[in-house]
Design a protein around this ligand. Structure first.
Ligand SMILES: [Zn+2]
Length: 252
């Protein structure tokens, strides 16, 4: 049985039997893994962490050769993002980011860039940075890194450059030029500012995160298009996202 040490973010935690946890962890070196923390609920101090949702830990685990459920032998908490839990909006964003990573990433699929992105955005939330823009910036970066990015470079159907009005097609997963509007009658008008913002954010260095501002109308369109696109492609509604629109609906 091989033994490994890595950094891990807790994506999901469930009580298991009398004393243990079943965990889904997103690790730096091994991608998403399933793991069991035996006795973690019974013996206080057995592990240097209580495996809270979204916490960032250093773990040592035994690799299971028979199933994909590994056994954690040691763990220490590195960060628990205490400011997120105290704010409903921050917590809901964090839950959505975790849910997105948990849904898209397959067990054993390694992606260090996604790990770094998730950790960075948990830190932004913990510090209370840019709550009005955090969701769509995470979505655009995440879609790009994970290879689900909508096609915004030119017309997804004919390849022509987008010179004037265009529409966004969920079915085609990108922009349609004027000549191709007839290919998808459900396609939705999209503002030039929205297209420019997506292209900018894709390349944007995250050190500029705090200073990035866009108008309310573009922000609303970005959230609507990206939210629907993600729901359409993953074939599911995100519980955290529905809750988010409810709590934000009151003041946006
Ligand atoms: Zn076209």
């Amino acid at each position: 049985m091989a033994i490994h040490k890595t950094k891990a973010i807790v994506l999901e935690t469930k009580d298991y039997r009398e004393t243990s946890y079943l965990l889904k962890l997103f690790t730096f070196d091994f991608g998403k893994i399933n793991a069991q923390a035996k006795g973690a609920r019974r013996k206080i101090g057995k592990f240097g962490t209580n495996f809270l949702l979204m916490s960032y830990n250093e773990i040592v685990f035994y690799e299971n050769n028979v199933s994909d459920l590994h056994i954690i032998s040691q763990a220490d908490m590195l960060q628990h993002f205490g400011n997120i839990g105290g704010c409903l909006e921050k917590f809901t964003y964090a839950a959505y980011f975790l849910e997105l990573v948990n849904t898209v990433m397959l067990v054993g699929e390694k992606n260090k860039e996604i790990f770094v992105l998730l950790l960075q955005f948990l830190n932004f939330l913990d510090a209370g940075c840019g709550l009005e823009q955090i969701r769509y910036i995470f979505e655009i970066k995440f879609l790009k890194i994970s290879g689900f990015k909508p096609y915004f470079d030119c017309c997804v159907s004919c390849g022509e450059n987008i010179a004037e009005k265009s529409k966004f097609s969920y079915v085609f997963g990108g922009l349609l030029c004027k000549n191709c509007f007839g290919k998808d009658f459900a396609a939705q008008h999209i503002m030039e500012g929205t297209i420019a913002s997506v292209n900018y954010i894709e390349q944007m260095d995250l050190s500029k995160f705090n200073n990035f501002k866009i108008t309310l109308s573009i922000r609303k369109q970005l959230e609507q298009i990206l939210g629907s696109f993600i729901g359409f492609y993953l074939g599911r509604k995100f519980k955290s996202l529905s809750f988010l629109s409810e709590i934000r609906g009151s003041y946006v």
